[in-house]
Design a protein around this ligand. Structure first.
Ligand SMILES: C[S@@+](CC[C@H](N)C(=O)[O-])C[C@H]1O[C@@H](n2cnc3c(N)ncnc32)[C@H](O)[C@@H]1O
Length: 322
């Protein structure tokens, strides 16, 4: 399992960029960017300068990195054989998903990134300049669909926190274009909100109809059995560095990032365990766990008297494959 915390090389590169930047200014810019996000806006209108890009990276990159790592951990648990050599990172921003994929897959050699935001591209190139794995990245500046249509195919394609910034019609076309360039697996990660889940579910259904198979988190390729207002999402805890706390004006040394994801593969995965959909309820008499199984959503109850099963269920965590 890959750690959800930023790798040392990336932390060092971010800290080096911080020198000479006022923390108060960065905090102000980060707050304005977060406000735009909360109001439903994207990054295009708010991240314009180098300091905007850095403020965004300080405030949000640790959390989106943790969400991508958690999703990749979910994928590699189901596909331990997966050893991609090429990555296409769509809407790469500061390079978050590429860093996460490099940590997860020592096999990766070829990194192609794309984004429409010049300030984020410049920052990503700066951050990777001294990286042992990422200094050779190719990073194109342009519109996602145009670029993806002309890009080389890649073993692994990732779109992390991107499709929420793209209108519905364009999103469907981009979905098809990303799948067309996927040699093995496409991973899409979104905020863990009902709207993020809805986008994941729509993309999932569209690509299953096109022949894709779910590797994670679902244990089946059927329709999602959850009924609104319920929605499928997960949570990843990450540590906050001093700079991260300062930029967010936060006291707690950690935060929990809620996210939704789907990993779709070209080949069908034979063994797909059930997925824990919420933190299990550990009571004195029994453990109650909400599971997504190949036959639908169930609440499994494991009585304390079934000692071995109870001990096993005690270790279950939200998001685990069991
Ligand atoms: C919230 S950021 C996520 C960045 C990064 N993937 C991450 O997980 O931290 C969304 C990114 O998508 C990019 N983006 C949005 N619409 C795009 C489009 N049509 N073409 C290319 N990039 C786009 C933005 O510029 C921004 O960098």
């Amino acid at each position: 399992m890959t750690s959800p915390d930023l790798p040392a090389e990336l932390r060092t590169a971010l800290n080096a960029k911080l020198e000479g930047l006022s923390r108060n200014e960065a905090a102000g810019r980060a707050a304005a960017i977060s406000e735009t996000y909360r109001a439903g806006g994207g990054s295009g209108g708010t991240i314009k300068s180098e300091s905007d890009a850095l403020a965004y990276a300080l405030a949000r990159m640790p959390a989106t990195y943790a969400a991508v790592v958690a999703s990749l951990n979910g994928l590699t648990e189901i596909r331990p054989d997966l050893a991609p050599t090429s990555l296409l990172d769509v809407g790469a921003g500061p390079g978050t998903a590429s860093w996460a994929a490099a940590e997860t897959f020592p096999s990766l050699q070829d990194f192609a990134l794309l984004d429409a935001n010049e300030a984020l591209r410049t920052l990503a190139l700066d951050l990777t300049r001294k990286s042992s794995r990422l200094r050779g990245i190719r990073y194109e500046l342009g519109q996602a669909r145009t670029y993806v249509t002309h890009a080389d195919t890649a073993d692994l394609v990732i779109a992390s926190y991107v499709i929420n910034e793209i209108g519905e019609t364009e999103r469907a076309a981009l979905t098809d274009a990303m799948w067309a360039k996927t040699k093995d697996t496409l991973l899409v990660v979104e905020p863990g909100t009902p709207a993020g889940y809805a986008r994941i579910i729509a993309l999932r259904a569209r690509l299953i109809a096109a022949g894709a198979h779910v590797a994670a988190p679902c244990p089946h390729d059927g329709g999602c059995p959850l009924v609104a207002p319920d929605w499928c999402h997960f949570s990843q805890r990450l540590q906050r560095s001093r700079a991260h706390k300062q930029v967010k004006g936060a006291e707690l040394p950690f935060e929990d990032e809620r996210f939704a994801y789907v990993a779709l593969s070209r080949t069908k995965v034979t063994a797909r365990p059930s997925r824990v959909l919420a933190q299990p309820d550990v009571g004195k008499v029994e453990i109650a766990a909400k599971l997504c199984t190949p036959d639908g959503v169930v609440v499994t109850r494991v009585p304390r008297r079934a000692k071995a099963d109870y001990a096993r269920a005690r270790r279950w965590r939200w998001g685990d494959a069991v």
